[in-house]
Design a protein. Structure first.
Length: 395
């Protein structure tokens, strides 16, 4: 049974998210006519090719078509081919563990590598559930801040946070919520930092690279995985972002062919998947994965929506970032209290994620998975909310 202190720590780690989601602003998401910028959920019909791929593989071709599935060899091979093409490394299908989404891939990664009391350095602002997953695996979460509005990697701070108890550093690129895509030069410097720190503490610091947005990059950028620069990297991935089908849970956990001891790691990953509640994708999604690998939401349309939103907010006097990838724009709230400002926006039928939920107080996050119609409908509300907030909370 989980101790009360551990349970309280888990509860505290998700309190900001649950407070928003179950509070009055989150409840406003159910109102008709709301412009929903809160989460990366679809607000338009799914990709026709996605639906067709599921139909194509739904009819059983063998008695065990819908039986229990671990990591299907055909799925592993499809992922390995994709990784090899995108990284230039010769990926081994046996190193690919298929998971039920990126959430599960992270949970399995932590359960695989952590011993009780091991520290995991992660970057803040984070995805809501990093701290929860580290704690649930018996680890100790250690924050290193990324300063807005640039959200640059602070290698000196990362190095200073590494102690003899550090097992891993967690990196998310393209980064949610900032939209930063860290270039290969930054990743090479991070790799040098981790090699130096590993030598200093006498054990390898592993890098967990959370990459669910690695195909959602803008302005002609090329995404690079840190696995290209640092062999001791575990990659987690979710197809839910590229396909904008987050409720259809399929992803993977993998390591590069350059990692020493990866054969032994495979058994530990499999055990962790079983111990995590059978953390494998369902049979249909695995059967369809080769077709799903070829699909993507319209990145050009997403970039155009980014440009429309950033330009409009900038013209109103907001201070938005221009994301290099992901679904998200960060913008500085016109008053210090971002929760109060989110309430002003909600009164205008515009729902955003307050920055406090992702550890950036005074800011808010906009999801570009809102439809174009929602964007246009929201603009007057953004302008009125800014005026109201500044009037009621003068500097």
């Amino acid at each position: 049974m989980m101790s009360s202190s551990v349970n309280e720590a888990l509860r505290a780690s998700v309190a900001p998210f649950l407070g928003f989601y179950t509070g009055p602003i989150g409840a406003a998401l159910a109102r008709p006519g709301v412009s929903n910028f809160a989460f990366g959920n679809p607000n338009e019909m799914p990709l026709p090719g996605y639906v067709s791929a599921l139909h194509e593989h739904l009819d059983p071709r063998a008695p065990d078509w819908f039986a229990y599935k671990l990591s299907e060899p055909t799925s592993q091979a499809a992922v390995a081919r994709s990784l090899s093409a995108r990284t230039g490394l010769d990926w081994d299908p046996a190193d690919v563990a298929m998971t039920n989404g990126g959430f599960a891939a992270l949970a399995v990664a932590f359960r695989t590598i952590l011993e009780p009391g091991d520290e995991v350095v992660f970057l803040s602002p984070p995805w809501f559930f990093y701290e929860l997953l580290i704690l649930a695996a018996g680890g100790v979460p250690i924050r290193v801040p990324l300063a807005p509005p640039a959200f640059d990697l602070d290698l000196a701070a990362i190095d200073a946070a590494i102690t003899p108890r550090t097992r891993a550093v967690l990196l998310n690129s393209p980064h949610n919520p900032s939209g930063r895509v860290y270039p290969l030069a930054d990743l090479e410097r991070l790799a040098a930092t981790l090699r130096s720190a590993s030598a200093r503490i006498g054990r390898t610091v592993q890098l967990i690279s959370d990459e669910p947005y690695n195909r959602i990059v803008f302005d002609g950028r090329t995404f690079h995985s840190p696995a290209e620069a640092y062999p001791d990297t575990l990659i987690t991935y979710s197809y839910g972002k590229t396909l904008l089908a987050p409720g259809m849970r399929i992803g993977y956990l993998t390591v590069p062919p350059t990692m020493d001891g990866r054969e032994e790691l495979r058994d530990r990953v499999l055990i962790a998947q079983l111990a995590s509640g059978f953390a494998f994708p369902n049979a249909l999604l695995q059967h369809a994965i080769e077709d799903l690998e070829k699909l993507s939401i319209d990145i050009g349309a997403l970039q155009a929506r980014r440009d429309r939103m950033v330009g409009a907010l900038d013209g109103m006097g907001y201070e938005p970032t221009t994301p290099e990838g992901t679904f998200y724009i960060m913008a500085k709230a016109p008053i210090d209290d971002d929760m109060a400002f989110a309430e002003h926006l909600a009164a205008e039928n515009v729902i955003v994620l307050p920055g406090t939920v992702v550890e950036v107080p005074g800011w808010f996050r906009i999801s570009l998975t809102a439809s174009d119609a929602m964007v246009e409908a929201s603009l007057a509300g953004f302008e009125r909310a800014r005026a109201t907030a500044r009037e009621l909370s003068p500097a």
